[in-house]
Structures are given as C-alpha cells and as structure tokens.
Design a protein around this ligand. Structure first.
Ligand code: SF4
Length: 370
C-alpha cells in the first residue's frame, strides 16, 4: 500500500513496440520526442538539432521526408544521430520504402493514404525487412473525406474511426508493430479521441496536441491535453508541439512527465515566486541554476525559497535546499535538514557544486535517470 495513493497513476496496458533501441508501450518508460524543422537535405543543420534535442533528453526524433533528396540525406542523418529517427512520410509510398532502407527506426505514415493494396504491401515489406515500426498519425485537420461526410466535421469519433481504419490495413498485412496518434489542436477533441482510442485497442499511443501554439500558450495547452491523458494512464510516448526551439519541446515534455512522477530526469527545482521578504533575488538565482544545471541527468530535487516562511517546509521535501536569511546569510539544507550557512555571493557556485556531487552519488548508486 503506497504512502501517497493520491499520487498513483495506473498506466493503460498496451502492446510494446520498438523504435530502434527505444521500447514504446508495455512497461517501457514514456518516451519524449521532438521533430526537426531544418531542411532534411541540410544534414549538418538537422544533425545539430537532433544532437541538441538528445542532449535535452529526447529519446526519439522525427525528421520530414518530403522528397527523394530528403530520404537520401536521411541515411547520413541516421548514421550521425545519437537517437532513433522516425521518418515522416505523407503520401508517397516510395519515400517510405527509401526511408526504411536509409535506416529510419519508424515510419510515420497512414496506410490508408498510400494507395493500392500492392503499394501498402511493399511498404510493409520494407518496414519488416529493415526492422522498422510505424506510426499511424491521424490529424483532425486532414481527416479522410468519407469520414468528414459521415460526421459533418472533425470530432473524436471520426478520429478514432479513421485510426482504426488505418490500423486494420496494417493488421490485414499481419503487421502489428505500430503506434497511433489522434491529434487535434482542440484540447477537448484530442483528449476525447485519445480516450476513445485507448478503449478501442491496445496499440501504444503517441500523444500530442497539434499546432498547440507558441512557448507559453502551447505549453499550457499541451499540459492540459497531454497532462490529462497521462494522469489517466493513457500514453506511451509524446511530443509537445510548439512554435519554438525543439529543445523547448523536449523540456516541456520532460517537465510534464516529472510533474506526474512518471519519469525522473535532471534537476527539478521547487522555487517560490519571491516577494518583499526575499533574502536574495530568487528569480535570478533560479534562472542561473537552471542554466548551469541543465547538463545534469540524475534526478536531483532542489528547493530555492526566498525566506523562512515556506523555506524549511519545502526543503524537507527536496535533496538540497536554500532559504533566504537576513543580511545576506542564507541557510543550506541537505537531505531536508538545516546544514550550514552561505553568503549571497558564494551561493550559486555552492549549490551547483552540491547538486553535481549529489548527481554523481545517485549515478554511482545506479539510481540515475528513469
Ligand atoms: S518564500 Fe518568502 S520570499 Fe518566497 S514568496 Fe514566500 S514569503 Fe516571499
């Protein structure tokens, strides 16, 4: 019996598939994805984005393959990438076959859009031959015509029906290594569609709120949509779509998983908004710590509170804490207990050193990122 049952999330039981070496579904950790926005033919630029995303924690990165030049470039990209690559294919079955041959770990393609049964067979064969999985990606903005006619407008049932139609085509080809997404920019629609799909099948689900918006608006929208689903135990992998740098998408994805205690990676800072009582500048301190600790992968919790009002209480819940005191003399907490004092000038370097030492200790104990 858990001490804190109100924190417990029971994940939906899903099949497990592989995206290269990364398991998606089943008991695998929920993976975080992003997508490059460079020209795929710009191999170095694309690899640079992939590397930055991977550094921020991305488990999988998707790359668009709109033409043959892109699938040709994909080979070098796959080779240089530290994480598995999903090739985003729209309609052209030949691009899918080329991408599988170029080493893509997964093809994002809707089998219903490929064309003839023969072409579908060819794509499935290429995927099978190259150990590629697939993602069926249904989007409210590009629903099949016959479903729009049937339902009158995009709606959750139409998204689920579309997903199941595409899934059936792969099932008919005895190909079951796929995950599904049913994205919409409308949070209500997306959440209802994912709930419906979660009940209708046991395929792993890729979560996302599409065209979510800029950094602030998109983060809030994704936190509501993706967060609600994760909280209900739905979702095996996710991408936060933001009109912002790819690294921001990864950061928001991890923050969501961390907040729901579904994954632990890197430093989680608990901090107050600050007020007239602060003994040091909390906002600047948090900003500096976030920057200087972004390389840490081990799950370390830190509390940064401006004064003693809430400082000791929050410090009790974190591994390392600092609480503002009077006259530039601040209290450092280790393991929840007051330990020693530090001056404003020395504070940031000191906390960075303490966190880095804690991270080393956690990794040495084999309790690194999950
Ligand atoms: S912890 Fe102290 S400084 Fe921070 S907001 Fe609360 S009262 Fe203000």
């Amino acid at each position: 019996m858990s001490l804190r049952p109100y924190r417990h999330i029971t994940r939906r039981t899903s099949r497990k598939i592989m995206v290269g070496p990364v398991a998606v579904g089943g008991d695998a950790p929920i993976s975080v994805q992003t997508m490059t926005n460079t020209l795929t033919t710009d191999i170095e630029g694309t690899l640079d984005q992939i590397r930055r995303s991977a550094e921020a924690g991305a488990d999988i990165v998707r790359v668009s393959c709109p033409d043959e030049d892109s699938t040709q470039a994909l080979r070098a990209i796959v080779k240089g990438s530290p994480v598995p690559i999903v090739a985003d294919i729209h309609f052209h079955y030949k691009r899918a076959i080329e991408a599988a041959d170029a080493g893509a770990a997964c093809l994002r393609i809707n089998p219903g859009n490929i064309g003839s049964a023969e072409r579908v067979r060819e794509v499935v064969k290429a995927a099978r031959d190259h150990g590629c999985s697939m993602r069926i990606g249904v989007n409210a903005g590009s629903l099949d015509k016959h479903l729009l006619e049937k339902y009158g407008e995009p709606c959750p049932d139409a998204l689920v029906e579309s997903a199941m139609e595409h899934a059936r085509i792969l099932e008919d080809n005895d190909f079951l290594d796929f995950k599904i997404s049913v994205k919409a920019s409308d949070v209500f629609m997306a959440v209802a569609a994912y709930r419906g799909l979660a009940a209708a099948c046991d395929y792993p689900l890729h979560l996302g709120i599409t065209e979510a918006g800029g950094l602030t608006g998109g983060t809030v929208k994704s936190a509501l949509g993706i967060g609600t689903l994760l909280w209900e135990g739905i979702g095996d992998t996710l991408r936060v779509s933001l009109s912002a740098d790819v690294v921001e998408e990864v950061k928001v994805g991890f923050e969501l998983l961390r907040t729901l205690d579904l994954r632990h990676r890197g430093v989680r800072i608990v901090s107050c908004p600050s007020c007239a009582r602060q003994g040091f500048n909390v906002i600047n301190t948090v900003e500096a710590l976030e920057k200087r600790l972004s390389h840490v992968r081990a799950p370390v919790t830190v509390s940064v509170l401006g004064c003693v009002v809430n400082g000791p209480g929050e410090a009790r819940e974190t591994m390392i804490g600092i609480t503002g005191g009077g006259a530039g003399n601040h209290k450092v907490y280790i393991g929840g207990d007051p330990n020693h004092n530090i001056s404003t000038q020395a504070m940031i370097d000191h906390i960075v050193a303490l966190v880095e030492a804690k991270a080393t200790e956690i990794e040495a104990a084999g309790q690194g990122e999950v």
